[in-house]
Design a binder for this molecule. Structure first.
Ligand SMILES: [Zn+2]
Length: 327
């Protein structure tokens, strides 16, 4: 069902079966000759059915649609290939496009996870549960790149692109300065915390994410239209909560490493951190969630490592971290 949020701006909720995120918010703007879809859903039938039903209810034909994608993840990007026609312009950001262009399959991610202590046998299983593997898209249409500060006009709306690296390297929000709302993708969510994962040692996604929270803080935003869950108004309050959440998390990871008898891998750190997931123990965690948890542990470890608060005691076969004060 399509819900009108602002004049000619609608939300369609796209179900994400088996995901703790529950659904994706896809925003549809009716702009006259051309319409805009913001984020699409997974490449699976349940998502496509919901999208097509929503568009039909709004009287929007795919041939009149352009598409803006906030970031690379399969729940935002995956259904794209099913929606584009010859006439569709697909707007996307440069850093995530480069990841697509340099994509070498899941093997480098698997090697990286194994190098951070994720048991090899579990990894293969985890991959087959990964939404990007199951419901991603193999076919990528040509992409129109939008950079930071670029303007995207559709109907009565004039958006400024705000690049907010962290959740992905090129994650981009759309800010409507006159109407004072922010289409936030997964940069700001209300009752869940955006997942900050690291899968490449050349990056420090948590540092980027915290900087991106500061970057959006000065924007005059009355209302946030996020990629998942509820639309919300507590803009500055939520930015502060998210910052605080990661400060607490960083402290927790530091403590885990400092109190351990021996240096730890990211996988062991992940198994010791507290998680907001319904499972009795780490062993009971769904495998895909273990994958995300490990990526999140790595992000926090890399952040601490770059600040010189922990250091690597081993690289091969498994990267281990120790606290700086233990030498
Ligand atoms: Zn995401």
């Amino acid at each position: 069902m399509a819900e009108e949020i602002y004049p000619n701006l609608f939300r369609i909720t796209i179900p994400l079966p088996d995901s703790p995120l529950k659904y994706l918010n896809s925003y549809i703007i009716k702009g006259g000759a051309r319409n805009l879809i913001i984020d699409t859903g997974l490449n699976r039938k349940e998502c496509k059915d919901a999208m097509m039903a929503g568009l039909a209810e709004l009287g929007v034909e795919l041939t009149s649609v352009d598409i803006f994608i906030t970031h690379l993840h399969a729940d935002h990007f995956g259904l794209l290939g099913e929606l584009v026609t010859e006439k569709t312009r697909v707007y996307f950001n440069r850093p995530d496009t480069e990841l697509i262009e340099h994509w070498q399959g899941f093997e480098p991610m698997i090697q990286y996870a194994a190098n951070h202590g994720f048991p090899e046998a579990l990894l293969r299983k985890a991959l087959h549960q990964h939404p990007g593997f199951k419901y991603g898209t193999d076919w990528i249409p040509s992409l129109s790149i939008l950079n930071d500060d670029d303007v995207l006009e559709i109907g009565d709306y004039r958006f400024t692109c705000v690049q907010t690296p962290g959740h992905t390297q090129g994650h981009t929000c759309l800010f409507e300065p006159e109407k004072q709302f922010l289409i936030a993708g997964d940069h700001l969510l209300e009752d869940i915390t955006p997942n900050i994962q690291c899968w490449d040692d050349r990056t420090d996604p948590l540092k980027d994410y915290l900087a991106s929270l500061e970057k959006v803080r000065p924007l005059a935003v009355d209302r946030v239209l996020p990629g998942h869950r509820r639309i919300f108004e507590n803009y500055i309050g939520r930015i502060d909560e998210l910052k605080h959440h990661h400060e607490v998390r960083v402290q927790e990871v530091l403590k885990i490493v400092a109190r351990a008898d021996a240096p730890l891998s990211a996988f062991s750190v992940a198994s010791t951190m507290t998680w907001d997931i319904v499972a009795d123990s780490w062993e009971e965690f769904p495998i895909a969630q273990k994958w995300f948890a490990t990526g999140e542990a790595i992000a926090h470890l890399r952040y601490l490592e770059n600040q010189g608060r922990i250091f690597r005691t081993a690289e091969d076969p498994v990267v281990c971290f120790g606290a700086a004060n233990k030498g």
